[in-house]
Design a protein around this ligand. Structure first.
Ligand SMILES: Nc1nc2c(ncn2[C@@H]2O[C@H](COP(=O)(O)OP(=O)(O)OP(=O)(O)O)[C@@H](O)[C@H]2O)c(=O)[nH]1
Ligand SMILES: [Mg+2]
Length: 217
């Protein structure tokens, strides 16, 4: 008689590990953000601003890059715990990579910020066990990105529009962006920020604090 592993059929192996990761985070009362965007939109800049403002929280950063550790070194310089994952041929992080970091974690964190590989397509297909998916779109990329790459905007819990200091040099149209978002994900209210000029960061920080306050205990 041949047996079928139903679990494997229902959930992909990535989903199974993502659930395990999520259980670990929940058990430790840790909130986890999966931060995604195109290359250069400002993921590391947002993380650095966040660390600065939430200095009295225990934070871990997990950096995902195809190669190198440039961003991890920037985080390390701020005195924050950081793990670097190099994905080599893979254009996204997966749950197993995060699980490898979990095996090495030696203390409890309030917040884990995962910087995914710069890419608007593949990262959204791979749950990592996070609580929230954060997408960053920067002004120079243009307001039409959600039309072209809808899935990541459909799945996002929060959208940060970074580099608003560059609005004067751009044709970025918030009205058009909002029209698209209304069709894709009407709960997605964009938060306008500039890491360069420290604009709008408080709204983002308040959003994080609200999510942390919802944790039990
Ligand atoms: N003008 C302007 N530049 C910014 C802002 N935020 C980040 N930058 C610049 O944009 C560039 C890319 O920022 P990063 O934070 O490294 O972007 P990233 O998404 O982490 O990039 P990858 O890790 O390579 O995918 C850097 O030169 C930043 O200084 C901003 O608000 N305004
Ligand atoms: Mg980066």
């Amino acid at each position: 008689m041949k047996k079928i592993n139903v679990m494997q059929d229902v959930l992909s192996s990535n989903e199974i590990i993502a659930l395990k990761n999520h259980e670990y985070f929940k058990k430790n009362n840790t909130i986890v953000f999966n931060i995604m965007s195109s290359p250069g939109s400002g993921k590391t800049s947002v993380i650095l601003e966040t660390i600065k403002k939430l200095f009295n929280y225990k934070i871990l950063v997990i950096e995902g890059d195809i190669a190198g550790d440039i961003d991890a070194k920037k985080i390390e310089k701020s005195g924050t715990d950081v793990y670097q994952i190099n994905t080599f041929d893979s254009c996204h992080l997966n749950a197993s990579m995060i699980n490898t970091v979990i095996q090495k974690i030696k203390k409890r964190y309030d917040l884990i910020l995962i910087e995914n590989v710069g890419n608007l397509i593949c990262p959204v297909e791979y749950n990592l066990g996070e609580d929230y998916k954060i997408v960053i779109l920067s002004v120079p990329e243009g307001h039409d990105k959600p039309v072209k790459y809808p899935k990541i905007f459909e799945k996002a819990n929060l959208l940060l529009i970074n580099k608003i200091d560059l609005m004067d040099f751009s044709d970025f149209d918030f009205k058009k962006l909002n029209e698209t978002l209304k069709k894709l994900n009407k709960n997605l209210q964009p938060v306008k920020i500039s890491c360069k000029k420290s604009l709008g960061i408080e709204e983002w920080i308040n959003w994080i604090k609200e999510k942390i306050s919802l944790l039990p205990g």
